[in-house]
Design a protein. Structure first.
Length: 94
């Protein structure tokens, strides 16, 4: 695997059971990584806290914060820090 340039990226890789979110954090800081529905409602908080610089892999199992499976559809994954906000669309198919 080649080294990744840490330019505030979100990379999505699909798997059968879960979605891997590859979040690149350029410096030590507070980070939030959340999944939202297309209408803006919060679905799941994946990360909410301090992270060291580097690439972090977080898995989403397709469930909401309540532990129940969410419906198939379009979702947004949002990476936020004090200095940036990046979002990426994803499609969940069951």
């Amino acid at each position: 695997m080649r080294a990744m340039n840490c330019n505030d990226r979100i990379v999505l890789t699909a798997a059968v059971v879960s979605l891997a979110v590859l979040a690149c954090v350029p410096s030590e800081q507070e980070v939030s990584l959340r999944v939202y529905g297309v209408s803006g409602q919060a679905v799941r908080t994946l990360v909410d806290g301090h992270r060291r610089p580097g690439t972090h892999v977080v898995r989403w199992d397709g469930k909401g914060d309540d532990g129940r499976a969410v419906a198939s559809g379009v979702y947004l994954v949002s990476l936020g820090t004090a200095t940036l906000r990046r979002s990426s669309r994803m499609i969940l198919l069951r």
